[in-house]
Design a protein. Structure first.
Length: 169
């Protein structure tokens, strides 16, 4: 995760919790050292996205400013926009693969292993008239698509297969 993402994680966590959240908790949530978290909090305050209020020697309250709320909204929107763009790209890539599989004469496709993109594969198969199989039954007229987290056995590999990640690059 890059620095801007860590900034956003810290800013959002402060916004969503009470002002009493500790830097140690923020560091753990963001997966950063306490020193790095302290530097990020100070940088966010310097940008006017966060207000730091010292209650006493041991307690500090953090408050996200209106400018900070705008920053959270903007970054969330940009992240959402990027995600949608990626989903469209993945859909188009999977669609091309499914059409190619159908043109090669296959009747269906099996996706082995779990994938966050299985709904796109299933939709594309149905749209293009291919059978989408969610189990491991396999025959010669079915194309086999491996998800990113599935590692096939040596005896499973054949010419009727591809890896989902290889078509998405």
């Amino acid at each position: 995760m890059d620095t801007e993402s860590k900034d956003l994680v810290i800013l959002e966590k402060i916004y969503k919790t009470t002002p009493q959240i500790r830097q140690r908790d923020l560091a753990e949530i963001a997966g950063l050292s306490l020193g790095m978290t302290n530097a990020i909090v100070k940088r966010l305050a310097g940008k006017g996205l966060l207000t730091i209020k010292r209650v006493n020697n041991r307690n500090i309250h953090y408050i996200v400013t209106p400018k900070g709320i705008e920053e959270i909204t903007l970054r969330s929107y940009l992240y959402f926009k990027k995600t949608i763009k990626n989903v469209v790209y993945y859909k188009e890539s999977i669609e091309e693969l499914v059409i190619d599989i159908k043109n090669q004469g296959y009747e269906g496709l099996i996706l082995k292993g779990s994938s966050d993109l299985d709904f796109i594969v299933e939709h594309s198969c149905r749209k293009n008239g291919l059978i989408y199989i969610k189990n491991d039954k396999f025959n010669d007229n079915i194309f086999l698509l491996y998800s990113g987290n599935y590692i096939p056995d040596k005896d499973e590999s054949n010419n009727n297969c591809a890896f989902l990640q290889s078509i998405l690059v």
